[in-house]
Design a protein around this ligand. Sequence first.
Ligand code: F0G
Length: 467
Amino acid sequence: MKKATWAEPYKIKMVEPLRNITRNEREKLVKLAGYNTFQLKAEDVYIDLLTDSGTGAMSDRQWAGLMMGDESYSGSRNFYRLEAAVHEYYGYKYVVPTHQGRGAEHLISRLLIRPGMYVPGNMYFTSTRLHQELAGGIFVDVIVDEAHDPDSGFPFKGNVDLQKLENLISKVGAANIAYLSLATTVNMAGGQPISLENLKQVRKLTQQHNILIIHDMARVAENAYMIQQLEPGYADKSIAAITKEICSLTDGAVMSGKKDALVNIGGLLAINDQGVYEEAKNLVIVYEGMHTYGGMAGRDMEAMAIGIAESVDEDHISFRVHQVHYLGNLLRDAGIPVVKPIGTHGVFINAAAFLPHIPQIKFPAQALTVALYEAGGIRSVERGIVSAGRNKETGDHHYPSLELVRLAIPRRVYTMSHLDVVADAVVDVFENRYRVPGLEMVFEPKYMRFFQARFEQVVCEPQSILE
Ligand code: F0G
């Protein structure tokens, strides 16, 4: 590892004080929050690893860009800057801004899915699958098996299993497939990349059957970085070139600007087909706003245009992933069961292995998020049975193979010392793991329940034996 790429490629101009309260206070507050970390007040959190979405620090250039906001209702200068950034860095033809990623998911799902159609994808994402289902679609997981195994060290766990995709095509017919929903990187698998070799094969297969690829590109630059590092033939290619090559193998994209693109709010839909664009351009007015702002302020579009350029900077992205891996390696070396390989936007703890005494139905990953908050004021997120929600047909829970807790690292926000403190808290909980109680869900909202569900603690063996 080269030292020069290892320290923060920026210096700090402004600071935001942190507050650390006592364990006793935290135990009371998390109970009040229904044992759901989404329901805590941010000021009661010491180190916030809930998400890397919209939580990044903007650069001085982006802040300067805010002052260049053109808040005209229609035809804002900043829209054209955003559109130009998409053309330059991603290469898609048409751009429709949205307030964030799920706004774009909503539009594309309504436009391309008819009730009863299938939507294959390299694992589901919560909001993406929900919009597909609300449009009447049926999501089918076609990711490689390795993605479902937290201990597999396969470097490209985001890859599509071509056989699974082919089987689906021959079973239901290409005409009944709305599109392939393809994420770079795959969040729910632990922040895992797809290889360009796999994407090229997927492209060939889908083109044979006239199936569109819609790219979920929230973290495409992180995926490009892993390709540069690991895929033969790409070591000398720039992140910008690899990013553009990924996009060139797809037909359109939904993008949350809150991840790679380094803004606190914003997103977009990009598409190469003029007919789909015309419809999206019309539909966006109904749900988001005029097609030249789509729910974003002019200044936010400016910040996103600048953020897109910054996201493919070699020093930025290299440090970003190194920092995540720094935490991952600390945990792995301390014997904590983490998903392998370490992802690019966060470290994912295998909660099923961490808390073997808590059965999946007693929500081990949710229970671990509670324990981490109580122990160190660390806020994390459940990515297991609670996030997976219920099967639309049977009404039963989905029982995902991965029962994970994600420690997502916001971009350019925390230092390595913060991550040392996080690692200490995780180790502390691990040493007392059998004392961590399970949970019962006492309130379950209809959509994306993990945001607002409430829980109560229940004793799980062998905790009762220890006491
Ligand atoms: N796709 C992926 C892969 C995501 O991770 C997210 C958001 C979205 C789409 C939706 O974008 O939030 O802007 O509407 N992920 C956040 C997270 C919420 O914490 O992983 P959005």
